[in-house]
Design a protein around this ligand. Sequence first.
Ligand code: MLT
Length: 244
Amino acid sequence: MIINLTYYHVANDVPEINPDVAVVIDVLRATTTISWALKNGADSIQVFADLNLLKTSAMKWPADKRLMLGERGGKKIDGFDLGNSPLSVKKETVLGKRLFMSTTNGTKSLKEVQNAKHLFAMGLPNRKAVADKIISLNTENLLILGSGWEGSYSLEDSLAAGALASYLKTNFNSEVNIANDELQAALALWYFWENDILQCLKTATHGKRLTSLGDYEDDFKCCSELDCLDIVPFQAERGVIRAS
Ligand code: MLT
């Protein structure tokens, strides 16, 4: 398996290929929230880059079966039902509902690679579940897309990319080719921080951004918990994520 990592979600930086398998990572917090929402019984999550399109699409859905969820700059969007905390997508809130979701970076990344044959969303809690799914596909090419922050590098997404690559190296039954230096660096980052994930997340610039906005301690704990979710969020139809 040949694995590449790219950090950026802006169009010019994502390779113009339609990979067999793409994994989008936004540890803080979009892909963690998606994973928990599906674990707690959300029917599906439709992701949007554009807020007007999101609102128009949501209004076409039955009112008792929809929630609008999202943030800009880490803060909940005015008029939306929920922000982007994985703690807010509780079972009693999301069960059976479609979540119409837009975030600063994570949902844009998902849109960026929506032509991949298989597209997954991963946080640290479902790293093993997603990795095992990739192994079962016996894929030759994997693109990992770290969502970053508005086009720039992100420590926590790189950490999770390294965590995924590390698991694949150990558990895939044939050769794993770490194809670019970005992923080599992500692996080194993982080996450095793997026993103190929480501290890595708080050290990251987006971790500091969240800390400056309020008390996000429980979000940090939730987002840093490794391999505790058996959910594999996959793109079931263009822009729509469901659990497998
Ligand atoms: C994003 O998509 O940029 C993040 O999920 C931001 C956040 O922490 O809410």
